[in-house]
Write a protein that binds this ligand. Structure first.
Ligand SMILES: [Zn+2]
Length: 111
């Protein structure tokens, strides 16, 4: 499940979580029209977030990988909540660490 949010940095407000990009556009359009007369606020943010409410675009590639895996594992338990379960976060870290160790092992065996 994908989650999205709109943030206006002028008003310092963030929209509720929406589940579809079309709903995200509607959130941004409604805010701009109601508060800013249709103008686009400088530095506004809109995009996909992880279950912790962080914008994927603002995360490092390794953090994105961890968040995607932890989001997927947490969604297996409950799609409607936010936040990562401790076991999902740990599982994602173990999966990434295990994959890195396996790659290092294969590379060192090949040399
Ligand atoms: Zn605003």
């Amino acid at each position: 499940m994908r989650r999205y949010r709109y943030r206006c940095t002028i008003c310092r407000t963030t929209s509720p979580v929406v589940l579809h990009p079309d709903d995200l556009d509607a959130e941004g359009d409604a805010h701009r029209q109601a508060v800013h007369g249709g103008h686009f606020p400088d530095d506004e943010l809109a995009g996909e977030i992880d279950r912790l409410g962080r914008w994927y675009a603002a995360l490092s590639p390794l953090a994105v990988l961890h968040a995607r895996i932890a989001d997927g594992l947490s969604d297996l338990r409950d799609e409607k909540t936010l936040g990562h379960y401790w076991w999902a976060s740990a599982g994602a870290a173990l999966l990434i660490g295990g994959s890195a160790a396996l790659i290092a092992l294969v590379v060192s065996a090949a040399l």
